[in-house]
Design a protein around this ligand. Structure first.
Ligand SMILES: [Zn+2]
Length: 393
């Protein structure tokens, strides 16, 4: 059978909610904290092999012996583009109660973030296999470790991309369940450090001209709040205003000792066209003009953060997802913006391929008690299947 003589509704009817529920429950019973996912990777590879995928294998991540990635192919007729499904194997290290099922709700660490998406990827492979569908291009299924900071910083995905393992378009099976993110802001985590030469000394030994870093830090904070007002005027028509957030300030270590270090940490979110270096330079300028000629060393580190992105609605994968969502739910898929870092942005920035994210929603990610309903799995699996058919039609 080919997609042209295929009834999408017949295909979607093959999605099995009970099987999805059991698949996810089996997945959450295998712990996979970031950096320790080999057993779970072997389980996922086994499931994909059972679904008749070809060339299923584990690929090691350099310097991370227990963090292999799973790579599996479903070969097509050979002419069409390769569509990739991507997920991450790891969950956060936060402890969680033992996995359980209550009704159609599966509880366990990683149930939502994001073994839900991996279970649906397996279901897509199963249904296509059962239906005997031959697609014009290859499907590529990948799952990697080292997604969750602060243990991982994308090393698993980056190493796959370095090996050239990437599709022509990518669906990350983690994300919103009811929105399409057409753009995401870049984010810099900035760290401003003011340092006074010399040792901390008693307040009575401090000369009058010596700056107090608690007071100078307050001046810098004041200057940053003025900067925040200025950058809020820079309003991207899709992403909205740039934002600056102050999250931490620390200075001094005793009530009557001279503070010698003041550290201010925060975030700046801005459109993807602005560079990280430009943001750091602007921060540096604001701090230097506040400190003026006082004898203080200033350092501004803005090297950490995430890159933003834009996805054209004309991209075939974007059009396919919109059409599929409408077919499955009867509702249009609303466009929105992504304010957090996710793997779709990494595919766009690191591999320069169009990537979209669609999942069971984000409300349960990293929660104390993490769960996913089988109905959400069924909907996601159907949307992924219909997206596949639409992409090749
Ligand atoms: Zn996740």
């Amino acid at each position: 059978m080919t997609t042209t003589d295929l009834s999408i509704q017949n295909l979607l009817a093959l999605v099995d909610r009970d099987r999805l529920r059991d698949t996810l429950f089996d997945m959450v019973r295998i712990p996979s904290p970031t950096g320790d996912t080999r057993t779970f990777a072997e389980h996922v590879a086994h499931l994909l092999r059972e679904s008749s995928l070809a060339d299923v294998g584990l690929i090691d991540t350099p310097d991370w012996p227990d963090s292999p990635a799973v790579v599996a192919w479903r070969r097509g007729r050979g002419r069409g583009p390769t569509l990739q499904f991507s997920g991450h194997l790891d969950h956060i290290h936060q402890p969680h109660a033992a996995p359980t099922i209550a009704g159609d709700r599966i509880y366990g660490r990683g149930a939502a973030d994001m073994k839900s998406g991996l279970a649906c990827m397996v279901e897509v492979a199963r249904v296509l296999d059962t239906a005997g569908i031959e697609l014009p291009g290859d499907l590529l299924f990948t799952a990697h470790d080292l997604h969750e900071a602060p243990v991982g910083y994308g090393e698993g995905l980056r190493s796959l991309l370095c090996l050239g393992i990437v599709g022509d378009a990518v669906i990350v099976t983690e994300g919103p369940s009811d929105a399409f993110h057409i753009a995401g802001k870049s984010q810099s985590v900035f760290e401003i450090t003011l340092t006074l030469p010399g040792d901390p000394i008693h307040e009575l030994a401090v000369s009058p001209e010596t700056p107090n870093l608690v007071e100078l830090g307050a001046e810098v904070i004041s200057a940053l709040t003025q900067l925040r007002t200025r950058i809020a005027q820079r309003c991207d028509e899709v992403l909205g205003p740039e934002t600056l957030f102050l999250g931490q300030i620390a200075a001094g270590d005793f009530y009557n000792r001279l503070p010698t270090v003041c550290r201010i940490v925060g975030t700046w979110r801005y459109p993807p066209e602005t560079t990280r270096d430009a943001v750091a330079a602007e921060l540096h300028e604001v701090v230097l003009s506040t400190v003026e000629d006082r004898p203080v060393c200033v350092s501004v580190d803005g090297s950490q953060g995430n890159e933003g992105f834009r996805v054209s609605l004309d991209e075939p994968i974007a059009q396919a997802l919109h059409a599929a969502y409408h077919q499955v739910t009867g509702s249009p898929l609303a466009n929105g913006v992504q304010l957090f870092a996710a793997d779709n942005g990494k595919f766009i920035n690191w591999a320069h391929v169009p990537a979209v994210a669609h999942g069971v929603g984000l409300s349960q990610a990293h929660a104390d008690i993490e769960w996913c309903d089988a109905a959400d799995l069924e909907r996601l699996a159907k949307v992924l299947l219909a997206t596949t058919v639409e992409y090749y039609s």
